[in-house]
Design a protein around this ligand. Structure first.
Ligand code: AMP
Length: 259
């Protein structure tokens, strides 16, 4: 899990108290290096497989200096440690089924009570069900934060061609993409000359199944947030480069913070 809980050296105690903090220096800053302060918030990031959610999370962590909280990472961590929770969830995780709402809610409740979440946090992979969404709103409110839901909207045909264009070298693991990172000789690894293969996960029928599953799980939540949340940001993430998608997310967040 990527966690950045360091307060930037230049943050004043007043900023710390209010939760308003300066952004980190980043190549993504505006030309004059000045970025509007942002209120503490719970950023809920939704994005299908292949939407670039991981990349956008990293940009947000770098920009806002708040931790990314991934329930998938937390659950995998319990399995790795082999503790009671890990033992209880292993079968469901292996089967790709959701873990009980009560357990996931409890893990998130404990995690966001940590001091590094005082200035906000990014929720990745949570909520996944309407019951979790309702609990999330309660948890965020009890933490004195406000939620902003970001939905990375993608054209599934673009995602399918992006993901099915992926090739991997079975020998050294190097990843290629027929569109964005083709090998010098089609179908051959640049590094060791091994014929490239398609990973099981990237086969078209598997990609379609994963997208359908995401849609089935997520659409009711998006409808829920449309109905309940004042701050649902839908960003088209199909065509532009990740930096450009992030610029739009940031501009919208800066706008929202001014309200
Ligand atoms: P992820 O890494 O987000 O794809 O999650 C991997 C697995 O962890 C999922 O297939 C579920 O078994 C479990 N999981 C992660 N987040 C949740 C959640 N919010 N609710 C229930 N199960 C979850």
């Amino acid at each position: 899990m990527a966690v950045d809980n360091e307060m930037p050296a230049q943050a004043t105690s007043a900023q710390a108290a209010s939760g308003i903090r300066p952004a980190a220096a980043s190549p993504l800053q505006h030309g004059n290096g000045v970025v509007a302060p942002v209120k503490p918030r719970a950023i809920v990031l939704f994005g299908s497989p292949g939407s670039g959610k991981g990349t956008q999370s990293r940009y947000l962590v770098e920009w806002l200096h708040i931790p990314q909280i991934s329930t998938g990472d937390m659950l995998r961590d319990h399995i790795r440690r082999g503790d009671d929770i890990g033992i209880a969830i292993t079968d469901r995780m292996r089967a790709g089924s959701l873990v009980r709402d009560e357990l996931v809610n409890e893990l998130v409740r404990e995690r966001i009570a940590q001091p590094d979440c005082d200035n906000g946090f990014i929720l990745d992979g949570y909520p996944r069900t309407p019951a979790q969404a309702e609990e999330m709103l309660r948890l965020v409110a009890s933490r004195g934060a406000e939620e902003v839901v970001i939905h990375l909207v993608v054209d599934y045909n673009v995602i399918i061609s992006r993901m099915t264009g992926r090739r991997v070298c079975p020998k050294c693991g190097t990843l290629y993409n027929s569109v964005s990172r083709p090998p010098k000789i089609e179908g051959i690894c640049d590094l060791d000359g091994t014929p490239l293969v398609v990973r099981d996960d990237d086969r078209e029928e598997v990609v379609r199944r994963r997208l359908a599953e995401y849609e089935r799980q997520t659409q009711p939540l998006i409808d829920f947030f449309r109905a309940t949340s004042k701050r649902l940001i839908e960003v088209d993430a199909s065509h532009d480069k990740p930096e450009e998608v992030f610029r739009r997310i940031r501009a919208t967040l800066e706008n929202v913070s001014g309200k």
